[in-house]
Ligand binder design. Structure first.
Ligand SMILES: [Zn+2]
Length: 382
């Protein structure tokens, strides 16, 4: 029998990692758009709200009333999505811990990007405060709301002696920070998930290294965020159409004298945060081109980065992996970043396609946690 795929549409909801970008542009408007797409097709999405950013806004709001307006709207948007049946879970970027807001209207976000580089006591404090913030907010709507799942900022979750034990102590059911096949060696992020022992299905991790599968039951479960290899032609087509779009936009702006465009500052900017060492400059560009279009590369199942052709390729891959797993029911976690959505029509088309598939059910993260607890979803050991 064909396995049933329980697909979670998950979104990391935040501004840029360096603190730039307007939450109204990068978060509030696109989440409303996504929620309306999900509602139109009768599915429920899950939003991983990045709470350290919100705590920084709250910390500075007395001094800067404009921040209070934004923080209040953040609460309102989260609450509204939750009231409409969508799930809200925890995402955490520790670099916001000591962030300050300056008179020039810019955030200085200078903390370490990896939660693994903080002492265990600080790790616990950040996780506990963020979880409490969401639970206080959402228990006003549903008294039994609980944070059950976690995704680490910049995927930094392994190896660590502390992270999984603290998550379990705080009552989290599962972590979804592992994305098999990715590797980063950038000024901000260093991680290597190229040798993960389980790339697809839920498993009990070794508590000190989530990349490894434990021999027996553990107090935490890992469910990988889906990733897939290849899609070189679809990627090339996407990149060419992106380049064409950017060129047309530039020409239009030149002709219209910049009227009617969202200023770049409101969308924020990225520096070299995600450029791997040795891959900047002209030689690095060549290396990247070779890897992308000739060798093929691993893609995170991040809908904001994929066009419809790549999403279809991803879905074929998910079905193949589900078939090979031998499981009757398997949860699959997708990724998305509202801040990176340029054209939501691809996501809409994909959502429409998914709702027509007989072997795919859409679920929230809370439903995955329930399925892990009640045995609907089998959890692998080594
Ligand atoms: Zn994030």
């Amino acid at each position: 029998m064909r396995p049933v795929i329980h697909l979670a549409f998950v979104d990391d909801w935040e501004v840029r990692g360096n603190g730039s970008g307007d939450p109204r542009v990068l978060q509030f408007a696109p989440i409303r758009k996504l929620v309306s797409i999900f509602n139109n097709y009768g599915i429920r999405g899950s939003f991983n709200a990045e709470v350290m950013q919100q705590l920084a806004y709250r910390r500075m709001q007395e001094q800067f009333p404009e921040l209070k307006a934004i923080a209040d709207e953040w609460d309102e948007v989260v609450t509204q999505a939750f009231q409409q049946g969508h799930d809200i879970q925890l995402h955490l970027h520790p670099q916001w811990r000591d962030a300050t807001y300056e008179e020039d209207g810019q955030w200085r976000v200078e903390g370490d990007w990896s939660i693994l580089n903080y002492p265990a006591s600080e790790m616990r404090a950040m996780l506990a405060c963020s979880k409490l913030y969401l639970e206080r907010l959402l228990r006003r709507i549903r008294s039994n709301y609980t944070c059950v799942s976690f995704r680490a900022g910049s995927w930094c979750a392994a190896p660590s002696e502390s992270l999984l034990p603290i998550l379990s102590e705080l009552g989290f059911v599962f972590d979804m920070s592992i994305v098999a096949g990715i590797r980063y060696d950038t000024p901000q992020v260093k991680l290597d998930y190229t040798q993960c022992e389980e790339t697809f299905a839920p498993y009990y991790p070794e508590m000190s290294d989530a990349r490894r599968v434990a021999r027996c039951r553990q107090p935490m479960v890992c469910v990988p965020t889906n990733s897939f290899f290849g899609a070189r032609f679809a990627l090339l087509r996407r990149d060419l159409s992106k380049a064409r779009g950017a060129l047309q936009q530039r020409l239009r702006r030149l002709r219209n004298g910049h009227r009617g465009q969202t200023p770049t500052s409101s969308r924020g900017y990225s520096g070299d945060e995600w450029t791997n060492r040795g891959e900047s400059g002209a030689a690095g560009l060549l290396k990247r081109v070779f890897r992308r279009y000739i060798n093929g590369q691993m893609h995170i199942a991040d809908l904001s980065r994929l066009n419809y052709a790549m999403m279809r390729r991803m879905m074929t891959n998910i079905r193949n992996q589900a078939e090979a797993s031998g499981l009757a029911h398997v949860p699959v976690i997708l990724e998305n970043h509202t801040k990176d959505i340029v054209d939501a029509s691809h996501i809409e088309r994909f959502v429409a396609m998914v709702t027509r598939l007989a072997d795919v059910k859409t679920v929230t993260l809370t439903e995955i946690a329930n399925g892990l607890r009640d045995g609907t979803f089998q959890v692998r050991t080594a």
